[in-house]
Design a protein around this ligand. Structure first.
Ligand code: C2E
Ligand code: MG
Ligand code: MG
Ligand code: MG
Length: 288
């Protein structure tokens, strides 16, 4: 009897595995179709200055409304896209769309707001990035200074020398780079100094840990290290007032998170508040 049960569970296991593989293939095919029709759009999440409360930029985040499954999160389809050349085409679409949107917004506000776009490892390893950025800038006439590209430590590690070389070429256009999800990768600090990045985004996991003393020490150390490398720092995933307050005291420049705003469809970005309440600065608090 025991043997039969074990046998059945192996069959179930194998058939589940096949089912999952079929689902992934189907989803990849659907995503290809989605790119060619109108199922993808971008949501924009403000990146806010802790000094002024003003919006300095927006991160563009891809969204997919699947015709039968409804809204899917990037966590469900980006990994699938990353297993094929699909991610490169998706990345090109995101760049063109975000650049066009920002070029349209830049005429509304007399400041230097930027759009920050996530870049996948394959866009670097296939050397597609440089051409995609050129096309997006030419097509939108966006100022290159208004484009930031987010890369992760793990996306650079694959092909490190070539990636760094390509980043230098893209940077020569006036585009900046941010190191996303900082602290979750496993690159060494010596790499950090070699990556041509201007911005460091501290991963949400560290911000979540701000309510314990070790977490506080770690975030302070990261902010101080970024300052000595002359990098701007963005804290990701800020969900509470106390976190924003601590980050401001440590000298973190910028924050992004649900506490300020969720990612919003383009149509809602213009209508949203343009300034946020930020914790009073040390100086003001000392007086009061
Ligand atoms: P990411 O680049 O680190 O983006 C930040 C993620 O954190 C976004 O999730 C955002 O919605 C979420 N987030 C922001 N503030 C908060 C907060 O206060 N609390 C919580 N719980 N979450 C917050 P999203 O949009 O689901 O994207 C997940 C990941 O998918 C992104 O992480 C990025 O790695 C990838 N992704 C999204 N759009 C693109 C894209 O256009 N291209 C590529 N290659 N990857 C993308
Ligand atoms: Mg990002
Ligand atoms: Mg991130
Ligand atoms: Mg992430």
């Amino acid at each position: 009897h025991a043997k039969r049960v074990a046998g059945n569970s192996i069959e179930t296991f194998v058939s589940d595995m096949h089912q999952r593989a079929r689902d992934r293939l189907q989803l990849a095919a659907d995503l290809r179709a989605a790119l060619e029709s109108d199922q993808l759009h971008l949501a924009y999440q403000p990146i806010v200055s802790l000094r002024t409360g003003r919006i300095e930029g927006y991160e563009a985040l891809v969204r997919w409304t699947h015709p039968t499954r409804g809204p899917l999160s990037p966590a469900e389809f980006i990994p699938i896209a990353e297993q094929s050349a699909l991610i490169v085409d998706l990345g090109g679409w995101v760049l063109r769309t975000a650049a066009r949107q920002m070029a349209c917004w830049q005429t509304l506000w007399d400041d230097e707001r930027y759009v920050s776009v996530n870049v996948a490892a394959s866009q670097l390893t296939t050397r597609a990035l440089m051409q995609q950025v050129r096309v997006a800038l030419a097509d939108s006439r966006l100022d290159p200074e208004r484009l930031v590209l987010e890369v992760t430590e793990s996306s650079l590690i694959d092909d490190i020398e070539a990636s760094i070389a390509q980043m230098h070429s893209v940077r020569a256009l006036g585009v900046r780079f941010a190191l996303d999800d900082f602290g979750t990768g496993y690159s060494s600090l010596s790499y950090l100094q070699r990556f041509p990045v201007d911005v460091l985004k501290i991963d949400k996991a560290f911000i979540d840990a701000l309510d314990d003393p070790d977490g506080v020490l770690l975030v302070r150390a990261i902010v101080n290290m970024a300052a000595s490398l002359q990098l701007r720092v963005v804290a990701e995933g800020v969900e509470g007032e106390a976190q924003a307050d601590a980050l401001q005291r440590f000298g973190c420049h910028l924050v992004q998170g649900y506490h300020f705003s969720r990612p919003l469809p383009a149509a809602d970005v213009v209508a949203m508040p343009q300034t946020f309440a930020v914790p009073a600065s040390q100086a003001i608090r000392a007086i009061g």
